[in-house]
Design a protein around this ligand. Sequence first.
Ligand SMILES: [Zn+2]
Length: 295
Amino acid sequence: MLAVERVDAPLGPKTAGLERAVGQRIEAVTRRGKFLLLPLRPASGPSPAPEGAEAGDELVVHLGMTGVLSPRPPAAHLRLRLRLDGAEPDVLYVQDARRFGRVLVVPKGDYRTLPTLAAMGPEPLDEAFTVAAFAAALARSAQPVKAFLLSQRPVAGVGNIYADEALWRARVHPASPARALSRPRVRALHAAIREVLAAAVELQGTTLYDYRTVNGEVGAYLEKLDAYGHDGDPCPRCGTPLVRSVVGQRGTHHCPRCQRRARTRSVAASAGGRSAAGSAGARGRREPPTPGGLR
Ligand SMILES: [Zn+2]
């Protein structure tokens, strides 16, 4: 990378170490969850790093909610210009209206300043994301299941919109404690996450507000949303009006009929219900009733 120009990006943790990228080459473009990872190598250095040598630096990009990395100069909210040497395009523009994005350089694989990336779970479409691994992760958390999904720890890449969509498909209440989900709900949620993300990738995602894909297009998944943003609309499955709430400080949409809240054993017992059988600790046993109606 020939140069980094800070157009409107003050020095700070969101753009830390950027000047270290100057004079280095981008070796590859990879991804973990919603982080773009671009390993760097000094342009004049030896081709592959010698055995046992320092692994070098890595450019990490997270676009946040409104960030765009584009070869075309944006009309507004330009934060950084990344000048590339000999490549086509030779400039990448970082546009970010709301400034939630991050573009920084860290030692390769050293994510101490990026705790979400450091603790990130498996990729949702990878073989490593199994029902068993997902169940084990959920069993370790008393957080509302939606908040736990958003932490990226049980599985990578599930943001606010796709969390609502997957929970709706799996008939899981977003505020249910993660560890209270029954095995059938865990299995359903695992499948729903994969379905929703695969379909969203196919349709180039969901674009909100004035956000666009890298080619300036609107993501077509917006039209497919069943729950997100549909508060007050009838549930596509049972017709009950969907409700909006706040879970983990994020706007959340669910069907109060299809998505019943799972309870931990102690709560169910103190509420007068029969105590849950089995020795699974705080594993909830309540299953939401299967509503009649569509599907
Ligand atoms: Zn419903």
